[in-house]
Design a protein around this ligand. Structure first.
Ligand code: IMP
Ligand code: MG
Length: 170
């Protein structure tokens, strides 16, 4: 394992997350929001995002894993589901990074089936060049090139989640 190089500094990242919070606040004026964080990678992004939104917010979490396969849809396994009903609620899925797009495509449909009033996506990062399934985030922090990134929640074999910036492995 080589050195970690900084791709996005803490300051740049947190300034952008603040802008995302402001945008969400505008778009959801007068509405309550349910943020659903996808464990574990989204945790730091989610807390930063939530702290800067003044709406009434409920937090819930899901844990999912994807099976690598040849099917274009992929297969997603739910290890932990949301705790509370989202029927009639305005939901924002909070994700660390969109890679192939399989996880979010599945989750968006899954949460719609639970009769949410609306389901939007906020992701800290996106690697558009890796997309297998077409999915657009409603709120996107940064588009990055096809590098394996760590930090600010993102891991490599459970390591580096606590780095306060986004780095990549050389
Ligand atoms: P996908 O969009 O369904 O392919 O899945 C995205 C998930 O893969 C993310 O939630 C991450 O957990 C993981 N992932 C994708 N790219 C990276 C990366 O560069 N670093 C760390 N985790 C990644
Ligand atoms: Mg993830």
């Amino acid at each position: 394992m080589g050195d970690i190089k900084v791709l996005i500094s803490k300051e740049t990242l947190e300034e952008r997350i603040k802008e995302m919070s402001e945008q969400i606040e505008k778009d959801y004026e007068g509405k309550d929001i349910v943020l659903i964080g996808i464990l574990k990678g989204s945790v730091m992004f989610m807390t930063e995002l939530a702290k800067n939104i003044k709406n009434d917010i409920a937090l819930d979490f899901m844990d999912v894993s994807s099976y690598e396969g040849t099917e274009s849809t992929g297969r997603i396994k739910i290890n932990k589901d949301i705790r509370d009903s989202i029927e009639g609620k305005d939901v924002i899925i909070v994700e660390d990074i969109v890679d192939t797009g399989r996880t979010l495509t599945y989750l968006k449909e899954y949460l719609k089936q639970k009769k949410a009033k609306s389901v939007k996506i906020a992701t800290m990062l996106s690697k558009p060049s890796r997309r297998v399934v077409e999915i657009d985030a409603d709120y996107l922090g940064f588009e990055i090139e096809d590098k394996f990134v760590v930090g600010y929640g993102l891991d490599y074999n459970e390591k580096y989640r606590n780095l306060p910036y986004i780095g990549y492995i050389e």
